[in-house]
Structure formats: C-alpha cells, structure tokens
Design a protein around this ligand. Structure first.
Ligand SMILES: NC(=O)c1ccc[n+]([C@@H]2O[C@H](COP(=O)([O-])OP(=O)(O)OC[C@H]3O[C@@H](n4cnc5c(N)ncnc54)[C@H](OP(=O)(O)O)[C@@H]3O)[C@@H](O)[C@H]2O)c1
Length: 163
C-alpha cells in the first residue's frame, strides 16, 4: 500500500516560495498521527522546506544530485529507488511536493488528503484527481474554529480497480 498524503486548497494550491501557505493545527496533528512510524518519501525541495527529518519516521529524500547527503535520512535518485528503500514498510507515505506527487499518482494506491476550503495564491499545485481513476471512500468535514482559520475536510480516495 502506497499512500499520498497532502493538504490541498480549493484551487489545488500546496505551497508558495517553498513554504506551506496556511496554518491548520488540526492537519498537522493528523499528519503526525497518520505517518507516525512510517517511511515518508519527499522531494529535495520539500525536505529543505521542513529543514530536518521528522522524529519517529524514516525520511527518504529524492534528488538528482548524487552528492546530496543528510544525516539520519535516506537519499535516493529516483522515485523507484525511494519505493525500494521503503520496502519493509507496509504503508509508506508520499509527502510531496508538487513534482513528486505528479510522478507518484500513477503508482499510489490511496490519497489521504486534507482539503482546505479556501483559494490561495501559490506556485506549487496538486495534480488533478481524475474521478475515473480515484473513488472517494471517506470524508470528515470540519468548520473553522479558534485554532483552525479555514473550513477543512479529511478525505480519502482509493484507486479504482481496473474492470
Ligand atoms: N500542502 C502540502 O501537503 C505540501 C506537501 C509537501 C510540499 N508542499 C509544498 O510543495 C512545494 C515544493 O514542491 P516542489 O514541486 O517545488 O518540489 P519537490 O517535489 O518537493 O522537490 C522537487 C525536487 O525533487 C527532486 N526530484 C523530482 N523528481 C525527481 C526524479 N524523478 N528523480 C530524482 N529527483 C527528483 C529534484 O531535486 P534536485 O533539484 O535536488 O535534483 C527536484 O528539484 C513547497 O511549496 C512545499 O511547501 C506542500
């Protein structure tokens, strides 16, 4: 099982200037719970945006740079190598960013998304979710509150099995 995890705005926005755009503590909390103990696979730019490996997870960084090294992380040169490096994990997570999501859509089994019900100015976008390929299997909707300034939903999609 390979799962893409992302927080995606109404217009597909993911981030701007290599940063997340919004602050939604509920999303961060859920992200932490869901990925805890798993391999998390990300592009070099997303890793640099995070700045350090996340505790209690195995961080796999994809780069074309053969000389890239980060302490306590696995560095690979392709998405295929990243999947191979996570092979003992029954559910590794693809953590982005836009470039890596785009390449992973074909091979992922599930999408675990936080949909943020707001449009943002952005320079990184999630790929289109083709409803012929992806079927929504669960949705939990939440209204904004004192901590979370936008309405949001936790939505899971599963890849439809070929007929
Ligand atoms: N909202 C969310 O859930 C979420 C999650 C993650 C990231 N983000 C946002 O997304 C943005 C970053 O996304 P991005 O698309 O700019 O960058 P990215 O996907 O994080 O990283 C791109 C880099 O990955 C490496 N790469 C990509 N494809 C490769 C391949 N096939 N083989 C080897 N290396 C490959 C390259 O690294 P080198 O240049 O080193 O070769 C490339 O420059 C930021 O704004 C971040 O905040 C948002």
């Amino acid at each position: 099982m390979l799962t893409i995890i992302a927080a995606v705005a109404k217009n597909g926005a993911l981030g701007k200037d290599n940063q997340l755009i919004w602050h939604l503590p509920a999303d961060l909390k859920r992200f932490k719970e869901v990925t805890n103990g798993h391999h998390i696979i990300m592009g070099r730019k997303t890793f640099e945006s995070l700045g350090k490996p996340l505790p209690n997870r195995t961080t796999i960084i994809i780069t074309r740079n053969k000389d890239y090294h980060v302490e306590n992380c696995i560095v690979v040169n392709s998405l295929g190598e990243a999947i191979a490096a996570a092979k003992e994990d029954d559910n590794p997570y693809i953590l982005g960013g836009a470039e890596i999501y785009k390449q992973a859509m074909d091979i992922a089994d599930k999408l675990d998304l936080t949909l943020v019900h707001h449009k943002f100015d952005a320079d990184a976008f999630f790929p289109e979710i083709d409803k012929n390929i992806w079927e929504e299997i669960s949705r939990d909707d939440f209204s904004k509150d004192e901590k979370n300034q936008f309405d949001y939903s936790f939505v899971k999609y599963q890849k439809k099995s070929p007929n």
